[in-house]
Design a binder for this molecule. Structure first.
Ligand code: SF4
Length: 328
């Protein structure tokens, strides 16, 4: 149940977060899609892979995870002895919702000779049913370590799976999930915007459908897009992912201009993730104060899910050999 902050008037929320962070020995992790004020107060801002690594490494006693539920659950899977709080427990994800564990299990059982390469945007139960988890920043590295004759199920994002399949010429069985945010970009409006800024390259996240990705000069994860923004010679960039990442771009490269790719209404407001937007400074304060809402995962389920996540962390660092995949 969502914790609704009571009347917080008179409370200096920012100062209280700073006080509680020290008192609780807490680390605040924030995804690039969070509101700017949450990014600014976080100890670390990153993509799913970077945040997973931070969660696994931290010696803090409390992880306050400003992101969505599957991310906070990933932190708990990797750091079971820490208290993990999510400011708004209703912060879900359309990709996770698209992939109910019982249906995914039946799909796997119908294809016993396939391994399940699964995007991190899924439930803990689906992670436990998977062989290898990937993030958008690790998917290419990991896919290239899988033997060419190994059959693959890729879920739950059919656009990321389709992009990988086209790029590497690998046939994969794709689960039909989509991210509602990246699905909302309009090709027509993007081309109109490009006509107004012909020198501006387009950087797109691979969760975008092909009719957007096909126009992109760069396709990559949020951290990849951020890096591209820093290194491209262009002084204006069109960004086809959740627009809150532009905050980090403006901090890192204040002399460049970043334009969010538009939706059908011609602006980028419809591309704000409604789940990520549920987290606020007030809810972060309450989460640190009450240590609720807290993420709890049954131990056997956690251990089952951790296998596929550990494999991702190893393979993303290139520490597994090509013949070291196996299946669950
Ligand atoms: S941006 Fe898309 S993939 Fe990311 S949390 Fe929101 S709905 Fe899920």
């Amino acid at each position: 149940m969502t914790v609704m902050p009571a009347d917080l008037s008179g409370i200096d929320v920012r100062a209280e977060i700073e006080r509680l962070r020290k008192e609780r020995n807490a680390v605040i992790l924030a995804h690039y899609y969070q509101r700017p004020e949450l990014q600014d107060i976080a100890d670390f801002v990153g993509d799913s892979l970077e945040l997973s690594r931070k969660a696994a490494e931290t010696d803090a006693e409390v992880i306050a995870f400003c992101g969505v539920k599957f991310m906070a659950e990933t932190a708990k899977i990797l750091s079971p002895n820490k208290i993990v709080v999510l400011p708004d427990v209703e912060a879900g994800c359309s990709l996770e919702d698209s992939c109910p564990p019982e249906k995914f299990k039946a799909f796997r059982e119908a294809h016993p000779d396939h391994i399940a390469l699964t995007y991190i945007n899924c439930s803990t139960e689906v992670k436990a049913l998977s062989d290898i988890i990937v993030t958008s920043s690790s998917a290419e590295t990991i896919l290239q370590q899988i033997p060419a004759d190994q059959k693959i199920i890729f879920g739950p994002d059919r656009h990321l799976g389709g992009y990988l399949s086209r790029k590497f010429g690998r046939e994969m069985l794709l689960w039909p999930g989509v991210c509602i945010v990246h699905e909302a970009f309009s090709e027509t409006e993007l081309l109109k915007l490009k006509a107004q800024h012909p020198a501006a390259p387009i950087a797109a996240h691979p969760e975008c459908p092909p009719h957007i990705v096909d126009h992109a000069d760069y396709v990559g994860s949020t951290s990849g897009i951020l890096q591209y923004a820093k290194t491209t010679d262009a002084d204006t960039l069109i960004v086809a992912t959740e627009p809150h990442i532009i905050h980090q771009m403006q901090l890192a490269i204040p002399n460049k201009t970043f334009i969010g790719a538009p939706g059908a209404d011609g602006n980028c407001n419809c591309n704000i993730c409604p789940y990520m937007a549920l987290n606020t400074m007030e809810k972060l304060y309450v989460a640190l104060r009450d240590l609720e809402p807290r993420i709890e995962i049954e131990e056997q389920l956690r251990l089952d899910a951790k296998k596929s996540l550990d494999r991702m962390l190893d393979m993303a660092s290139g520490t597994l050999g090509k013949g070291d995949l196996g299946t669950r």
